[in-house]
Every structure is written in C-alpha cells, then in structure tokens.
Design a binder for this molecule. Structure first.
Ligand code: DMJ
Length: 598
C-alpha cells in the first residue's frame, strides 16, 4: 500500500515538474531569443552589463600626496589662465592667439574659436566668472561668412558645435544650446550632396559647398566625426533632421565594400565606394574609428550599428596595423597599403595616432563579453598599454621632453633585430633562415604575441607591452619625419585614459613630466607656442597656439591630476576635441520619430 502511494506521489511530482520544466524552457528560449538569436547581428550587443571601471581612491585630505596633486592641478589651471589671458588681451574675437607676435589669427571662420573651444575647460576648472563673462559674447557671436568663404565642416563641428554642446551640458546655460542649434542648422547644407556625405566646407549664409582639395572623395575622418555632436543635438532639440543626416552617413560607411574591417581613408562622394587602399588610424581616419565606439557609448550602449562597425574596425587595426620596433620592441600603429598582398606598412607613426591606446582601453573596459571575448579584451588592453608606452617614450626620447609630430620606425625584422620568443633581447641582424624557422617573416605584433603565447608566455609579459627605456642619445629605432611639437593632446589623452582605466600611478607621473616640459619649453610671456623641433633646446618656436591646446591638452592634464573624478567615464563620453557629452538613452518617443530600431 505504502509502495503504491509512493509511486503515485513520484508520478504526481513528475507530472508537476513537467509544466514547471516547460515553463522554464519557454522562458529561457524567449530570453535567449530576445537577447541573441532572434535579433539581427546589429542588435545582439544591446543587453549589456553596467560599466565597471577601477575605482581609484583619492588621497586622504591633508595628506602630502593630496597636497602634491592639488598643487599640480593648480599649476595647470594657472597655465590655462595664462594662455587664456593672452588670448583675451591680444586676440579676443579672433580664432587663435599668435603667442610670439601677440596678434590674432583666423583660420577657422574668424568667429572666436579659442573662446568656444576652451569654454568647458574653463567650467571644469571652476573659472565660473570667466565662463559667465563669455556668455554675452557667445550670444552675439556671428556665424556668418562672406560669399566666398566656407566653414570647414569637420573642424567647425568638433570644435565649435562640440564646444557649445559640452559647455551647455555642464552649465545648463540655455544660450549655449540656442547657439548650438543655430550653428547646427547653418551647417546642415553640407549634407546636400548626392549621397549625403558632408562636403568639406559650407558657406553658413548661402549654403554653397566647397570640396577642398579632394573634389570627388570624402575623407573618412571628416565624414564620420559629426555623429556624436548631431545626435546629442537631436536629443536636446527634438529635430529629426539632425539624427537622419548623420545616420545616413553611417549607412553609407556600413555599405562600403571592404576587405575585412579595413576602412579606406577616402570614399567616393558619389558612390560611397573606397577611393584608395590606405588603411590607417592617422590624420585621415583617426576620429572615424573613435566615433564608432563613442556613438554607442553616447547612446548608453543601445545603438548597436556603430558598435558593430567598431568591432570590425578595431579587430582589423589590431590584426594589420600594429608592429614592433627593432631594438626596444616598442609597439606602434602605422598605416598599410592594402592593394599589395601582403599589405605593406609605411611604418610611419603619427602623434595623432596616439588617441588609439585610450580608445582601446575605453573599449575594452566598456564592451560586454558578448561583444569582446575575455581573450580579445586581454589583447586590446595589452595593445593599449604598449601603444601608450610608446607615445610616452617618444617624449622622453627627446632632449626637450616633448614628442615629434611623426616618426618612421625602422624595419622590424631585418635591419636591426626582432623579438625573440625565447626572451633573448639581443639586437642585430637575424639570419633569414632563423627568422623563417621561427615563422617571424612579418613584423606584425599579433604574430609576435601568438609566438610568445605558443612558447608558454615567457618573460613576464607579451612583447611590446613592457615599460620601455627612454633613449635620448644613440641610434634610435626610428627617425623623426616631422620634427615639430604642435601642443597636440593625443599623448596626454592616452595617459589620462590609461590612468582612469588602470589606476596605475605611473601614468599620472608621466603626465606631470610632460606638463613640466610644456611649461618649460613652450611658455611665452603671453601664452604657449608650438615648437619647430623637439630635438633642440631652446627650440625655435612657431607663432601659433592652437585652440585644441585649451580644449584638450590642458583639460586632460587637469583631469589627470585632479583628485576627484570630474568626468566619470561611465556617464560621459568625450568627442574628438575632448568635449564631454553626457550619455543618454533615446526615449521610446524619439525612437519612433527618428526610426531608431527599438
Ligand atoms: C584635434 O583638433 C582633434 O583631436 C582632432 O580629432 C584631430 N587632432 C586635433 C589635435 O591634434
């Protein structure tokens, strides 16, 4: 009797389990389907975990370290005030200060660029009186041009529009948004081209276009670096045309027929097809790669189209553009001619390319595991570290303490040596037979990493990632091809992002060394001046103080030394001119109106 009762119970509990099991299966399938299978590839990365960045404890109030960094932060602020006062006194209303002759220069429309570009830095530095004093000037700023002039679309968007939007986001002064909206409208005719790729220049009064020196071709960086500004503006104003115009550009880029993710630096204005075979992260392409990741971040990681473009491009960059230098095994990024097989590297390394380590670090820390595997994350972080080391050491390698605008690395395998997977750091000619035996015919970094991995990961870290030794004298593993120091921000941007994503103090110290060199070598009685060469001290100077020095170089310095995290990277995203925008989510109403996939 007992046995029969147990049997019934067992059968009943099995029967009871069945619906439970079925319900569980249905829920799991729906969840998995929703999160993976039933979504298009573009939509698969929309379910993401919260961003987790290392929390960097600030020093105890009143401690020696806290006082030290506070005083360094103040020095940068004083540097900004020095530069801005010179601009105000001698060049107010003009675009930039000429710090040697104390005059103004007007290469960017003549509307007063430095004032707008430096506005959010002013706010972040707590210079609110200075900030408020600019508002009436901005209110009456004239965005017009004479009939024969054109506003360079890319520069006007990243510097003026980005500057106004960021200053608005920080201060909530409505005049800044009104002016941003007005400027956004005036620049819109730039998209009146056959495919909607923005023209090089636009007249803000007549809407007439100019195509610069490339009549039929669009430069990748120029057409793909307006999306953050226009999308944020669309979000703030509700104007659908802002979103539609820039998203159309993304569609053209997405459709371009590419080998791997190797986006060319030029696209046809008329067909959107590649116009050359150069794959690069240098000046012609740089911020296009940056905006692929950052558009996704700006939308609080909900717009998968740009993310998928980033994943394609970043993997192609890592696979094809990273090389190791011969003697010190410095990791660098160059450009390749993809027409040749195998693709041939130019071995040129631009200061401009030093934005890449920061981007890689930011991507690795914000991409969900569904988009970036643990193994790839590790690779991206190594690349970030190695490249940032090289960007820094190029400064330390020079007597001025400042880095040149471009170098060309010597051939990795042949002329000087190679990375020995057994950890032999020797430098010199490596016989071809040995190179062949080791399978190191190319100098590509990924090949060296694979070899190192296969050899059981000897030597305490992958090739090209260890801290390099600076080398002021002697034969270096590169030659300077552009000797100037143009007060550019990219290296300090990389250092700032490495600091914020790793918490390693060495980055802060390196940033401080660079700031001291800038102060010592470039300060003039009225501002700071670019240098003609980094190999000579005192160095002959150039009569220019670019607006990005106020917008980017000094801002990243200040944020690097400041004890508080003034712009948390899980809430803000910098445009390519270092103007921070707050991340936001498209509302369901906006999604409907702008046709953003739900
Ligand atoms: C800046 O205007 C921007 O960072 C741009 O994307 C490229 N470079 C300059 C400064 O070097």
């Amino acid at each position: 009797m007992m046995e029969t009762y147990r049997k019934i119970l067992r059968r009943r509990s099995r029967l009871l389990k069945l619906p439970l099991l079925a319900a569980f299966t249905v829920i799991s399938c729906v969840y998995y389907g929703v999160s993976h299978r039933w979504l298009s590839r573009d939509e698969q990365h929309t379910f993401v975990l919260p961003i987790r960045l290392p929390s960097i404890p600030s020093h105890e109030r009143g401690s020696e370290q806290q006082r030290l960094w506070a005083s360094r932060t103040e020095e940068v602020k004083e540097g900004f005030l020095h530069a801005y006062s010179g601009y105000k006194r001698f060049a107010y209303g003009h675009d930039e200060l000429r710090p040697l002759t104390n005059r103004g220069s007007d290469k960017f429309n003549g509307w007063g660029l430095s004032l707008v570009d430096g506005l959010d830095t002013m706010w972040l530095m707590g210079l609110h009186d200075e900030f408020n004093a600019t508002l009436s000037v901005i209110d009456s700023m004239n965005f017009s041009l004479d009939a024969t002039s054109h506003a360079p679309f890319f520069e006007t968007v990243i510097r003026y529009l980005g500057g106004l939007l960021s200053a608005y986001a920080l201060s909530k002064e409505t005049v800044l948004l009104q002016r941003a909206d007005e400027l956004g409208q005036k620049l819109l005719p730039a998209f009146n081209t056959s495919l909607g790729l923005p023209a090089y220049g636009v007249n803000t009064v007549t809407g007439a276009l100019s195509y610069g020196w490339l009549t039929d071709a669009a430069m990748l960086a120029e057409v793909a670096s307006c999306q953050m500004e226009y999308k944020y503006l669309a979000h703030l104003t509700g104007r659908v045309e802002y979103y539609e115009k820039v998203e159309k550009v993304m569609d053209v880029i997405k459709r371009a027929k590419l080998r791997g993710g190797m986006f060319p630096t030029r696209l046809s204005m008329h067909s959107g097809t590649p116009m050359n075979y150069q794959f690069s992260v240098g000046g012609f392409a740089d911020s296009a790669h940056e905006y692929m990741l950052k558009q996704w971040l700006l939308s609080s990681r909900t717009e998968p189209k740009s993310l998928n473009l980033y994943l394609r491009s970043v993997s192609a960059i890592i696979q094809n553009l990273l090389y190791l230098s011969p003697s010190r095994h410095l990791l660098y990024v160059t450009d390749v001619d993809t027409y040749r097989s195998p693709a041939t590297p130019s071995r040129k390394f631009e200061h401009l390319s030093c934005f890449l380590p920061g981007l890689l670090a930011l991507g690795a820390q914000t991409l969900p595991p569904s988009a970036l595997s643990q193994q790839d994350k590790e690779l991206h972080l190594w690349a970030a570290e190695g490249l940032a080391n090289t960007c820094w050491v190029l400064y330390r390698d020079h007597v001025s303490g400042l880095g040149p605008d471009e170098v060309e690395f010597h051939d990795t395998n042949f002329k000087f040596g190679f990375v020995d997977p057994e950890g032999d750091e020797s430098v010199g000619y490596v016989p071809e037979t040995r190179r062949n035996r080791l399978g190191l015919k190319q100098g590509k970094w990924v090949d060296h990493v694979k070899e190192w991995d296969r050899a059981g990961r000897p030597g305490g870290g992958p090739p090209g990632v260890k801290d390099p030794k600076p080398m002021v004298d002697g034969l270096k593993d590169y030659a300077n091809t552009r000797h100037e120091y143009l007060l550019r921000p990219e290296t300090i941007e990389a250092i700032y992002l490495m600091w914020r994503t790793t918490g390693d103090l060495k980055w802060r110290e390196r940033g401080w060394e660079i700031y001291q060199a800038i102060d010592l070598r470039t300060r003039t009685p009225t501002g700071f001046a670019s240098l003609r060469t980094v190999v000579q001290v005192p160095s002959p100077r150039l009569d220019e103080m670019p607006s990005y020095f106020l917008a980017e170089t000094l801002k990243y310095m200040y944020l690097l030394f400041h004890e508080d995290d003034l712009i948390p990277l899980d809430k803000w995203v910098f445009n390519t001119e270092a103007h921070p925008f707050p991340m936001f989510e498209w509302t369901s109403w906006e999604k409907k109106k702008y046709h953003i996939p739900a």
